[in-house]
Design a binder for this molecule. Structure first.
Ligand code: NI
Length: 168
């Protein structure tokens, strides 16, 4: 089922998510819904709090338009190692019509559980490394705009307020 994606400045996006203790049918249904919602949007990643569920699970698919889908599901993901620097443009399904460059690590190692409860490790670089950092941030209530400089963030907030007023 496609779920509604919450958008900035919805306060639900600022809440910290809790670890998943049991991978049961409702968690598997949540994951299916998240993947469906991400592909429908379309986006390259989605974290559970973006659909108002404060549990630590993310889905990512960075495969290109002409490539077969390559879905990553990470339950309770943890960045165990990070190195290098990246400064790439990011967007977010929860921050529509806005993109900005964000400082991230260029390479990360992520450990998580897969939907079968098996431990998985990803060595990620480039777009995948950025996607992991962006989605894991969501689990801690952090949006990519929170990483911007004070000046850039103020410009963004002004733009968002204006867009909200025009939408009324
Ligand atoms: Ni996002």
């Amino acid at each position: 089922m496609i779920r509604t994606i919450l958008t900035y400045p919805n306060p639900e996006l600022k809440k910290k998510s809790v670890p998943i203790t049991v991978i049961n049918d409702s968690v598997r249904e949540l994951i299916r819904d998240m993947a469906e919602t991400m592909y429908d949007a379309p986006g390259v990643g989605l974290a559970a709090p973006q659909i108002g569920v404060h549990q630590r699970v993310i889905v990512i698919d960075i495969s290109g338009k002409d490539e077969p889908p390559d879905l990553i599901v990470a339950i309770n993901p943890v960045i165990v190692h990070a190195e290098g620097e990246a400064y790439e443009e990011e967007g977010c399904l929860s921050v529509p019509k806005y993109a900005a460059n964000v400082r991230r690590h260029a390479r990360v190692i992520v450990k998580a559980l897969d939907p079968d409860g098996a431990e998985k490790t990803w060595k990620a670089d480039d777009l995948l490394a950025i996607a992991f950092q962006h989605e894991i941030d969501h689990l801690d209530g952090i949006l990519f705009v929170d990483h911007l400089s004070v000046l850039k963030r103020e410009l963004f907030q002004r733009k968002a307020r204006k867009a909200a007023e025009e939408g009324r």
